[in-house]
Design a protein. Structure first.
Length: 140
Protein backbone atom coordinates (compact mmCIF):
# COMPACT_ATOMS: atom_id res chain seq x y z
CA UNK A 1 0.00 0.00 0.00
CA UNK A 2 1.38 3.38 -1.00
CA UNK A 3 1.55 5.94 1.80
CA UNK A 4 -1.25 8.52 1.95
CA UNK A 5 1.25 11.35 2.55
CA UNK A 6 4.63 11.66 0.87
CA UNK A 7 6.86 13.44 3.40
CA UNK A 8 7.24 13.95 7.12
CA UNK A 9 6.31 17.64 6.67
CA UNK A 10 2.81 16.58 5.59
CA UNK A 11 2.01 14.65 8.77
CA UNK A 12 1.50 16.02 12.24
CA UNK A 13 4.49 15.53 14.46
CA UNK A 14 3.01 14.85 17.90
CA UNK A 15 6.16 15.10 20.00
CA UNK A 16 7.65 18.56 20.42
CA UNK A 17 9.31 17.77 23.75
CA UNK A 18 13.02 18.60 23.91
CA UNK A 19 15.60 19.94 26.36
CA UNK A 20 18.86 21.86 26.21
CA UNK A 21 22.27 20.42 27.09
CA UNK A 22 22.34 22.30 30.40
CA UNK A 23 18.87 21.12 31.52
CA UNK A 24 19.05 18.99 34.65
CA UNK A 25 18.50 15.27 34.26
CA UNK A 26 15.91 15.59 37.03
CA UNK A 27 13.85 18.07 34.97
CA UNK A 28 14.06 15.71 32.00
CA UNK A 29 12.91 12.78 34.15
CA UNK A 30 9.91 14.77 35.36
CA UNK A 31 9.01 15.84 31.81
CA UNK A 32 9.21 12.24 30.57
CA UNK A 33 7.10 10.97 33.46
CA UNK A 34 4.47 13.65 32.87
CA UNK A 35 4.35 13.16 29.11
CA UNK A 36 4.46 9.35 29.07
CA UNK A 37 7.28 9.50 26.49
CA UNK A 38 10.42 7.38 26.80
CA UNK A 39 13.00 9.91 25.64
CA UNK A 40 13.61 13.30 24.11
CA UNK A 41 16.07 15.06 21.83
CA UNK A 42 18.67 17.36 23.36
CA UNK A 43 19.49 20.61 21.55
CA UNK A 44 22.32 23.10 21.87
CA UNK A 45 21.92 26.87 22.29
CA UNK A 46 21.29 27.19 18.53
CA UNK A 47 18.38 24.72 18.60
CA UNK A 48 20.32 22.00 16.77
CA UNK A 49 20.01 18.37 17.87
CA UNK A 50 23.15 17.18 19.65
CA UNK A 51 21.85 14.02 21.35
CA UNK A 52 19.01 12.32 23.14
CA UNK A 53 18.17 11.26 26.69
CA UNK A 54 15.99 8.24 27.37
CA UNK A 55 14.58 6.65 30.50
CA UNK A 56 17.39 4.09 30.22
CA UNK A 57 20.02 6.86 30.30
CA UNK A 58 18.41 8.29 33.42
CA UNK A 59 18.24 4.88 35.10
CA UNK A 60 21.92 4.28 34.30
CA UNK A 61 22.81 7.63 35.87
CA UNK A 62 20.85 6.69 39.01
CA UNK A 63 22.54 3.27 39.15
CA UNK A 64 25.92 5.05 38.97
CA UNK A 65 24.93 7.06 42.05
CA UNK A 66 24.47 10.36 40.25
CA UNK A 67 22.12 12.98 41.66
CA UNK A 68 19.80 13.86 38.78
CA UNK A 69 19.27 17.38 40.15
CA UNK A 70 23.03 18.06 39.80
CA UNK A 71 23.51 16.24 36.48
CA UNK A 72 23.07 18.04 33.17
CA UNK A 73 21.53 16.47 30.07
CA UNK A 74 24.85 16.84 28.28
CA UNK A 75 26.43 14.49 30.83
CA UNK A 76 23.99 11.61 30.30
CA UNK A 77 22.85 12.03 26.69
CA UNK A 78 23.76 9.72 23.83
CA UNK A 79 24.26 10.81 20.25
CA UNK A 80 21.23 10.57 17.96
CA UNK A 81 21.91 7.92 15.31
CA UNK A 82 19.32 9.43 12.97
CA UNK A 83 17.92 12.93 12.52
CA UNK A 84 15.64 13.52 9.55
CA UNK A 85 14.70 16.50 7.44
CA UNK A 86 11.03 17.46 7.02
CA UNK A 87 11.31 16.52 3.33
CA UNK A 88 12.14 12.89 4.14
CA UNK A 89 9.68 10.38 2.66
CA UNK A 90 7.56 8.24 4.95
CA UNK A 91 9.10 5.15 3.32
CA UNK A 92 12.61 6.28 4.29
CA UNK A 93 11.51 7.04 7.86
CA UNK A 94 9.89 3.60 8.10
CA UNK A 95 13.13 2.02 6.89
CA UNK A 96 15.13 3.75 9.66
CA UNK A 97 12.59 2.84 12.33
CA UNK A 98 12.48 -0.82 11.30
CA UNK A 99 16.21 -1.31 10.72
CA UNK A 100 17.35 0.58 13.83
CA UNK A 101 14.39 -0.34 16.10
CA UNK A 102 13.56 3.32 16.75
CA UNK A 103 10.38 4.59 18.41
CA UNK A 104 10.84 8.21 17.36
CA UNK A 105 13.17 10.26 15.20
CA UNK A 106 13.92 13.98 15.63
CA UNK A 107 12.83 16.15 12.69
CA UNK A 108 14.75 19.26 11.64
CA UNK A 109 13.99 22.11 9.26
CA UNK A 110 16.16 23.36 6.39
CA UNK A 111 18.38 25.20 8.91
CA UNK A 112 18.92 22.02 10.93
CA UNK A 113 16.79 23.31 13.84
CA UNK A 114 14.56 20.88 15.72
CA UNK A 115 10.87 21.17 14.82
CA UNK A 116 9.64 18.04 16.61
CA UNK A 117 9.87 14.30 16.47
CA UNK A 118 7.98 11.79 14.38
CA UNK A 119 6.86 8.63 16.15
CA UNK A 120 5.86 5.21 14.85
CA UNK A 121 2.27 6.24 15.59
CA UNK A 122 2.63 9.40 13.48
CA UNK A 123 4.14 7.37 10.67
CA UNK A 124 1.40 4.74 10.70
CA UNK A 125 -1.30 7.42 10.80
CA UNK A 126 0.36 9.29 7.93
CA UNK A 127 0.69 6.11 5.91
CA UNK A 128 -2.98 5.17 6.11
CA UNK A 129 -4.25 8.76 6.04
CA UNK A 130 -6.14 8.94 9.32
CA UNK A 131 -7.38 6.97 12.25
CA UNK A 132 -10.19 5.05 10.53
CA UNK A 133 -12.60 5.77 13.39
CA UNK A 134 -16.05 7.29 13.11
CA UNK A 135 -16.95 10.25 15.33
CA UNK A 136 -18.48 7.82 17.85
CA UNK A 137 -15.14 6.06 18.23
CA UNK A 138 -16.13 2.83 16.47
CA UNK A 139 -14.43 1.35 13.44
CA UNK A 140 -16.32 2.17 10.29
Amino acid sequence: MKSHYATVAEIKKTNTLSAREETSAYQIALALLESGLHGMPIVNSEGKVVGKVSEIDLLKALMEGRELEKTQAGEVMRSCPVVIDEKTSLEEVAHYMIQLHLFRIPVVDENNHLVGSVTRHDLLRGWIGGLGLTHEGFWS
